[in-house]
Design a protein around this ligand. Structure first.
Ligand SMILES: *Cc1c(COP(=O)(O)O)cnc(C)c1O
Length: 355
């Protein structure tokens, strides 16, 4: 049976990217060696990383002064690298969930942290109001809260350096990069397999802290060496290139956004219409990427039954995160509209069955 892959990350990738990567593993462009067998300093790999960087710049319209880096360690490594490189005295963070909290925890190791607002009181189902202090080294936000299905869908104006964890909504919409000092994330939601971390950083925000930085921690090392200070994650970078080529072939991030909006409304409309279900996030904060819902109070007892029914119909990965419960359908770029439709059909059928 056809599987509909709603996994939260790692997750579905464009089929063409996986096909091309499979071929490249066996033989890269007919050179008689596989992609994972060649030197990262070979002209073949140099061309791959160069094109990947160029695709990032083109798709997100990244202005001069910014560098695109491909690092290891995941977004979680950035939680510590950011304050290491940029927190001299005090930094501001917006608390919108588990990932934001992990970033806050690391920042506290390096200086004072001003948590400007939190939506913890309602289990992170909304984006809280906040004012950004001006006496901080930077302000950190998490644009998409993967676990709770909330999202900051516009680029905010920020009087200080703005740093954003965009792990789970990068490339889902156009981003006004110049409003940010740095954008980063793990690749494994919208741009590739696990193993590579993307960092888009404006050079002028670096080199301002007084502490000594180990080479691997210092962003300037990776800028200087073109992400080749050490061996980069070659294979994930290749799949990332193929994924970005696919985004480009569809018309780029503006087109991606239209598709994502259409997919998300298809599912949200059903959640709002179907008396058996209800959404968990506040409407204004609803994420286009991770759509969280539960059984309506009157039908709570049917949760396991719907889960089984959905599984039997090919739905994979729709169990909600343990801290939220219910269901989460992650509708990343590569998830086809047919899969969202299949889930909607499943919900409609369940309603009929139980009526
Ligand atoms: C998945 C995720 C992370 C964690 O990424 P790792 O690469 O596993 O460290 C961080 N932030 C957000 C918003 C995520 O969705």
């Amino acid at each position: 049976m056809k599987k509909h892959n709603f996994n939260a990350g790692p997750c579905i990738l464009p089929k063409i990217a996986i096909e091309n990567a499979s071929k490249a593993i066996l033989d890269l462009d007919g050179i008689g060696m596989g992609l994972i067998e060649i030197s990262h300093r070979s002209k073949e790999f140099e061309a791959i990383i160069e094109e990947t960087r160029a695709l990032w710049k083109e798709l997100l319209n990244i202005p001069d002064g910014y560098h695109v880096l491909f690092l290891g360690g995941g977004a979680s490594m950035q939680f510590c690298m950011i304050p290491f490189n940029m927190l001299e005295k005090r930094a501001a963070y917006l608390d919108t969930g588990v990932w934001a909290n992990k970033a806050i925890k690391e920042a506290k190791l390096f200086g004072e942290v001003n948590v400007v607002a939190s939506s913890k009181d309602k289990n992170y189902t909304y984006i809280p109001q906040y004012t950004i202090p001006t006496d901080v080294d930077y302000f950190h936000i998490t644009t998409n809260n993967t676990i709770y299905g909330t999202e900051i869908k516009t680029d905010i104006d920020c009087p200080v350096t703005l740093i954003a964890d965009m792990s789970s909504d990068i490339m889902s919409r156009p981003v006004d990069v110049k409003k940010y000092g740095m954008i980063y994330g793990g690749a494994q939601k919208n741009v590739g397999p696990a193993g590579v971390t993307f960092v888009i950083v404006r050079e002028d925000i670096l080199g301002k802290v007084t502490r000594v930085l180990p080479s691997m921690i210092d962003y300037r090392t990776h800028i200087k060496e073109g992400s080749m200070f050490n061996t980069p994650p070659c294979f994930p970078i290749y799949v990332m290139r193929e994924t970005l080529k696919w985004v480009k072939s569809l018309g780029g991030v503006a087109e991606m956004q239209k598709i994502n909006e259409a997919k998300a409304s298809l599912l949200y409309n059903e959640i709002d219409r179907n008396p058996f279900f209800k959404g968990t996030a506040e409407k204004e904060a609803r994420s286009l990427m991770n759509i969280c819902f539960v059984m309506d109070e009157k039908h709570i007892a049917l949760e396991d039954e719907f889960m089984d029914f959905a599984k039997k119909n090919g739905m994979v990965g729709i169990k909600g995160h343990r801290s939220v419960g219910g269901f989460r359908a992650s509708c990343y770029n590569a998830l086809p509209t047919e899969s969202v439709q299949a889930l909607v059909d499943c919900m409609k059928e369940f309603e009929k069955m139980k009526a």
